[in-house]
Design a protein around this ligand. Structure first.
Ligand SMILES: Cc1cc2nc3c(=O)[nH]c(=O)nc-3n(C[C@H](O)[C@H](O)[C@H](O)COP(=O)(O)OP(=O)(O)OC[C@H]3O[C@@H](n4cnc5c(N)ncnc54)[C@H](O)[C@@H]3O)c2cc1C
Length: 318
């Protein structure tokens, strides 16, 4: 039994898992393998720390990624890795659960960090519970030790020159038995908030959907994107679901996060706490967002935001 193997849907996410996997493989004195969809990323993955790339055939349009589970399971049974990390996207979680079940092993879902115990050679894997209020430590005593890891949990592995590795082709993916009858476009926000350098986040302190314009005006002055708390997207549906931030929404790391009428419950703060600067506007001086904030203004957003916009505009002109 040897090796750390990783698999994620996107290249960027795969590189993040390679970053975490490489460090662990060096500590355990073992190799790092990666599953790739098609051979085109092989060179990049080897440069990012992989010792072996297992190339899955590129699937047809109507073939869901889960169809590759039997092939992954056969490869794992043959290669016998000690640890498998899978990207915790919706598809990745499904794949990980099915794979763990086939391999009759344990799975730590949404692992946020881990420590390797050299004594018993087991990972102490951490995951958030109770909406982020607690951290649970999971030890998987069966092998392979498996975990899913959300995007942006680890930094992507940098490319290094002069690395070499092995590339192996995996057999053709068997038919999944799933037939795609139709595809409907999902309602999406125009932007990917996870890439935004600055974010103005709207909370329930905003009284009406039309008032989101205030946040948009502030965002325009700051060169920011508009995001929101979960109730604004899920309950009120004033903004699309892919722009709400938090433990069950998007996790972001912008240079600047501005919370406008956001209370700052733990489930929200978990998704924004890695922002470089957190700035909050809330009329309640005891709102929990001020505990997470670097700067804050206690006041009515309907008075504060227009003044801020004027001040920023004036400062930009000066
Ligand atoms: C399992 C679970 C997962 C969850 N996941 C998420 C998640 O991923 N993301 C998320 O956001 N939430 C999540 N939640 C919900 C979370 O607990 C909070 O309910 C939610 O974040 C609150 O949103 P809010 O701050 O917009 O609203 P509220 O809590 O209602 O806060 C509104 C704030 O606006 C302030 N305010 C009101 N009027 C004004 C005004 N005129 N000027 C200035 N300030 C004003 C108030 O003082 C208050 O602090 C989750 C909950 C659970 C149970």
């Amino acid at each position: 039994m040897a090796g750390i193997w990783v698999f994620a849907e996107s290249r960027e996410h795969t590189r993040e898992l390679l970053g975490a996997g490489r460090e662990l493989a060096d500590r355990m004195g073992t190799t790092l393998g990666v599953f790739a969809q098609g051979a085109s990323a092989s060179k990049e993955y080897i440069a990012c720390g992989a010792d072996e790339v297992f190339v899955l055939p590129v699937l047809g349009e109507d073939e869901p990624l889960e169809a590759c589970v039997p092939v992954l399971a056969d490869a794992v049974s043959a290669g016998d890795p000690d640890v498998i990390f899978i990207g915790a996207t919706a598809r990745g979680k499904t794949i990980a659960a099915r794979l763990a079940s086939r391999l009759k092993t344990g799975l730590c879902s949404c692992c946020s960090g881990f420590v390797y115990d050299e004594g018993d050679k087991l990972l102490r894997m951490e995951r958030m519970v109770y909406g982020g209020a607690g951290i649970q430590t999971v030890v998987c005593e069966t092998r392979p030790q498996m975990a899913t890891i959300a995007p942006r949990t680890f930094a992507p592995a940098p490319e290094q020159e002069g690395r070499s590795g092995k590339v192996s082709e995996l057999p053709v993916v068997p038919e999944s038995g799933v037939k795609v009858l139709d595809r409907l476009p999902r309602q999406r926000g125009a932007v990917d908030v996870t890439r935004a350098k600055a974010i103005v986040c709207v909370g329930r302190g905003v009284e009406k959907a039309e008032d989101i314009t205030l946040a948009r005006d502030l965002a325009d002055v700051l060169g920011a994107e508009v995001a929101c708390s979960r109730p604004i997207a899920e309950e009120l549906q004033w903004l699309p679901e892919d722009v709400y931030l938090g433990i069950s929404g998007k996790r972001v790391k912008p240079e600047l996060y501005v919370g406008v009428g956001v209370s700052g419950q733990i489930q929200h703060v978990t998704g924004i706490r890695d922002s470089r600067v957190i700035f909050a506007i809330n009329r309640d001086e005891n709102a929990p967002i001020f505990e997470a904030a670097d700067f804050g203004i206690v006041g009515d957003l309907y008075q504060v935001v227009p003044k801020l916009i004027d001040e920023f505009k004036a400062a930009l002109k000066a």
